[in-house]
Design a protein around this ligand. Structure first.
Ligand code: PRX
Length: 680
């Protein structure tokens, strides 16, 4: 009913909904856990945190139903909490319910605290931050929502966003949510070809971008990259261009000057009433094949899970300034720069720069200037900053910090200790958060909101509410004892999990549901300590993690193999002291190729940078005469990994190799390459 009325009225109607849901909970306010987690009020026998954890898993329906009623504002209540069957890849939460994500992230806070700062845009130029209140962000979102609608974007369409972190990027995501379109944010470091592939797969007719990006003091030509990409995308009809810098860029009839056009639009935009399971966004990530997969997240379950994990993992309190430095092009940026904090009415930082621009004190100078309370970053940056020394940290006041978070890859003990001792002065809990694009939000992590619980360095440790991690052996059986390692699965569905892979549900089933029927397979290996805590040991598939960015080895091989001089290649990850993992490529050339290896290396590196992204470019390219293969022709990557790790005593059984002499040659070539690299 409120859909057809003015926003003021709509908000009033929403607040009645909120009041009703609070009343529902307050009326049953009995047990003491409710003091820290109101969702838990009224659950029989749930008296402490560990009982709540058990309850959230054993009666996850009641747990999530209470959380959904309490945390989200609904247009229409849901009638079914969940309808999931993991073995068939069927995941549905809160069916029957209708809501609008942008209303949950904006309108309800505008109603109670319009002048609260929603976004602090930490621009590349230090000291030039821009603050955007909830009222301003709603206005921006509505104008853009109206513009998208006027230009033909409809409910169910998918809009590609190719922008660095900035308020207009957030407004773009929320404007899509407001009108019922899905968004597909592509990391602005991806090349034109990678962008084009994602636009084509998502079948977008609209792209939103900026004229130029600014990062680390350098300009990047984002509009030009979009131009090159859309050239190969027949579905594209229009490109919205916002101006990040004052430099004009070539505009065509297809391009729309975004800010100018937004000014012509009304500040009121009717929000679409979305079903809980309508698509909120696609986000492409790498898998073990050459083709990236567009994971699909839906409305209610995703938002609820992002909001709840944001509040409890980081111990976020009203009024805190939350500083997640991830780019919005990754899931971390989606869940913890945008949706989680905004659903909680929080103040969130959008970081446009790099950890070392203009110097290695950038993060901590920002913490001091913006008075950041929770800082969430990647181990790769921590390792890099550690090398620059403590003085860059000590120079700045970090007394506002309360929680430090780590994400994207394992955090080694040295980095963890430095983060804790130097950055946090030994007073802030460090939470190592394990999760994935697929999980929507944090699944395993210590919780500082639980003050009595110990935190072990470098371990993700404990599952979040409603999450039941299990380890599986090679036969597919659950390992029940502690002090054991296996394939990490999650035994029951949770609202934040991805629902499918866009246009390829079978791939979703094959990747996540088939390997261990009835369980969600994460692709990671895990270790459960004797105390029952989890540690993530790394990927079990052919995916590597470079500076916290996932990349499939097959994606890089596909590009390398496109070079006319190359017969075949094998790419592996190796341990890198800053990036976590680096890329190592073994390349076999075609017969009679007459080209200098150094020139070819340069060409291959350029090809990977321009076809995927710079971070995927190999650190080492070793030219070999042949690859170690089984008699059936399968490349034995295990052997290549051992060679590069210099673990020659554990090359394993080589008897199945077609030509064992190939290994000797590769070992020799590896030594020579490392020698060359050291002397250069
Ligand atoms: O291998 C795990 C690693 O990153 C993968 C997920 O990558 P992506 O979907 O890009 O999301 C990254 C941000 C959530 C996982 O399968 N990973 C993520 N966090 C950790 C981690 N590995 C170890 N410890 C972590 N805390």
């Amino acid at each position: 009913m409120w859909l057809s009325c003015t926003p003021k009225y709509a908000v009033a109607s929403f607040s009645r909904q909120i009041f009703k849901s609070y009343f529902h909970v307050l009326g049953r306010w009995r047990c003491n856990v409710a003091a820290f987690m109101p969702e838990a009020a009224g659950f029989e026998g749930v008296w402490d945190r560990s009982a709540l954890q058990d309850f959230s898993v054993s009666d996850s329906e009641s747990f999530w139903a209470a959380a959904a009623r309490q945390r989200l504002s609904w247009i229409r209540a849901f009638h079914t909490v969940q309808d999931c069957d993991l073995s068939r890849g069927q995941i549905r939460w809160f069916e029957g319910g209708k809501l609008n994500v942008s209303v949950n992230c904006l309108d309800r806070h505008v109603h109670t605290c319009p002048e609260r700062v929603a976004l602090i845009w930490e621009r590349d130029e230090p000291g030039s931050e821009v603050k955007v209140t909830y009222r301003q962000l709603l206005e921006m979102t509505c104008r853009l929502g109206n513009l998208l609608r006027r230009r033909g974007v409809k409910r169910g369409d998918c809009v590609t966003i190719y922008m660095p972190p900035c308020p207009l990027a957030v407004a773009s995501m929320l404007a899509c949510a407001r009108i019922g379109a899905a968004h597909n944010v592509v990391f602005a470091g991806f090349s034109a070809e990678a962008l084009a592939e994602r636009i084509r797969d998502a079948q977008s007719s609209t792209v939103i971008t900026v004229n130029q990006g600014v990062r680390g003091g350098k300009l990047t030509e984002l509009k030009a990259t979009v131009d090159a990409a859309v050239h190969n995308c027949p579905t594209i009809q229009q490109v919205f261009v916002a101006m990040r810098t004052e430099n004009p860029v070539a505009m065509t009839a297809r391009d729309v000057a975004m800010e100018e056009e937004m000014l012509k639009e009304d500040v009121v935009c009717e929000p679409a009433a979305m079903d809980s399971e309508d698509v909120l966004f696609l986000l492409y990530t790498s898998g073990s094949t050459g083709k990236p997969k567009g994971l699909v997240h839906t409305q209610a379950g995703y938002l609820l899970y992002a909001a709840l994990t944001h509040r409890y993992v980081f111990s976020y309190h009203d009024g805190d300034v939350f500083g997640c430095v991830a780019d919005i092009g990754w899931i971390t940026g989606h869940s913890y720069s945008v949706y989680g904090p905004l659903a909680n009415g929080g103040t969130t930082v959008l970081f446009e720069s790099t950890p070392i621009y203009p110097d290695p004190g950038r993060y901590w100078e920002m913490v001091q200037r913006l008075k950041i309370n929770q800082f969430y970053g990647a181990p790769t940056a921590i390792r890099l900053l550690l090398k620059y020394g403590d003085q860059w940290v000590h120079e700045y006041d970090r007394s506002t910090l309360k929680t430090l978070g780590s994400v994207g890859e394992p955090i080694n003990t040295e980095a963890w200790e430095w983060y804790y001792r130097v950055v946090g002065d030994g007073r802030c809990p460090v939470v190592d958060t394990w999760w994935q694009t697929e999980t929507g939000g944090i699944c395993i992590s210590p919780r500082p909101s639980d003050p009595d619980a110990e935190i072990v360095p470098g371990m993700a440790m404990r599952p979040f509410f409603g999450i039941k991690p299990v380890l599986m052996d090679t036969e597919g059986k659950e390992l029940t004892s502690n002090d054991t390692s296996g394939a990490l699965c999650i035994a029951q569905p949770w609202p934040g999990m991805a629902r499918t892979i866009h246009n390829n549900h079978q791939r979703f089933i094959d990747t996540y549901c088939q390997p261990y029927p009835g369980y969600f397979f994460t692709g990671d290996g895990g270790y459960r300590s004797k105390d029952g805590y989890y540690q993530i040991t790394g990927r079990l598939d052919d995916v590597i993690n470079v500076s916290g960015h996932r990349i499939g080895t097959a994606e890089i091989e596909d590009v390398v193999n496109q070079c006319s001089a190359v017969a075949e290649s094998a790419v592996i990850g190796y341990s890198h002291d800053i990036k976590g993992q680096g890329v190592y490529a073994f390349v076999v050339l075609k017969k009679d190729v007459d080209i200098q290896e150094a020139d070819l290396s340069l060409e291959l590196n350029n090809m990977v940078s321009t076809k995927i992204a710079k971070y995927a470019s190999p650190d080492f390219i070793q030219f070999v005469r042949r690859l170690p293969k089984t008699r059936s022709g399968k490349i034995m990557r295990r052997v290549l990994r051992k060679v590069v790790d210099r673990d020659l005593n554990r090359l394993g059984d080589l008897s199945t190799l077609d030509d064992p002499a190939a290994v000797e040659e590769i070992i020799q070539g590896h030594r020579e390459l490392c020698g060359k690299q050291q002397s250069s």
